[in-house]
Design a protein around this ligand. Structure first.
Ligand SMILES: C[S@@+](CC[C@H](N)C(=O)[O-])C[C@H]1O[C@@H](n2cnc3c(N)ncnc32)[C@H](O)[C@@H]1O
Length: 178
């Protein structure tokens, strides 16, 4: 016969598993599946936007944090990232820690609900519907001159500043807010 403590512990574990599963599925449905962009995509894009040390860089849906590691280590950027899936979020935290990146802001949050106005460079590897939804947010929120990098998908209705095609599976679309 299970004790009260065992019942409470089992309920806690079930709720934890449900929370992890639901958060991960939500990220998939409203943003993008968990796939990683090639490291060279971040590198080529940051060269193209002339990223300067100390500028604020954010990855919307940071996955395992690979773009943040390149941005911080190779370009000296001040990095932050959002990730809705709890397991992937902690993986990113660990990844940055193992790469010795002490200064970063990582949020287990839905980026649609966050204020993005302080960033200088925004990195996305999402989906066409997500880019459409973000376009309206970017138009309201971003300051003039903010550079937006989208790996794989263009932002409909925005004029690209540059399109990079460095032989990766996807193109890199670069925008600058007027
Ligand atoms: C295609 S992956 C890209 C990962 C990483 N940016 C890269 O380039 O390797 C997209 C990630 O965004 C996350 N995501 C999707 N919608 C999100 C949202 N609204 N808020 C936070 N994270 C989200 C997913 O969980 C997934 O890990």
């Amino acid at each position: 016969m299970a004790t009260m403590l065992e019942v409470i512990f089992s309920i806690f574990i079930i709720l934890l598993v449900l929370w992890i599963a639901i958060s991960s599925i939500r990220g998939f449905v409203i943003g993008a599946p968990i796939l990683y962009s090639p490291k060279r995509a971040t590198e080529e894009a940051l060269k193209a936007v002339d990223a300067k040390p100390g500028e604020r860089f954010v990855d919307l849906g940071m996955g395992n944090g690979r773009s943040l590691i390149i941005a911080a280590k190779k370009f000296g950027l001040d990095v932050s990232g959002y990730e809705m899936s709890p397991i992937i979020f902690w993986l990113a935290k660990l990844n940055l820690f193992l790469h010795g990146i002490g200064k970063s802001r990582l949020f287990m949050k839905n980026f649609y609900k966050e204020d993005l106005s302080r960033n200088d460079i925004i990195f996305c590897f999402l989906t066409p519907p997500a880019m459409k939804r973000l376009r309206d947010k970017f138009e309201k929120e971003l300051k003039k001159g903010t550079r937006v990098i989208s790996y794989g998908f263009r932002i409909d209705g925005w004029q690209e500043k540059e399109i990079l095609n460095p032989g990766l599976p996807g193109k890199i679309f670069i925008y600058q807010k007027d």
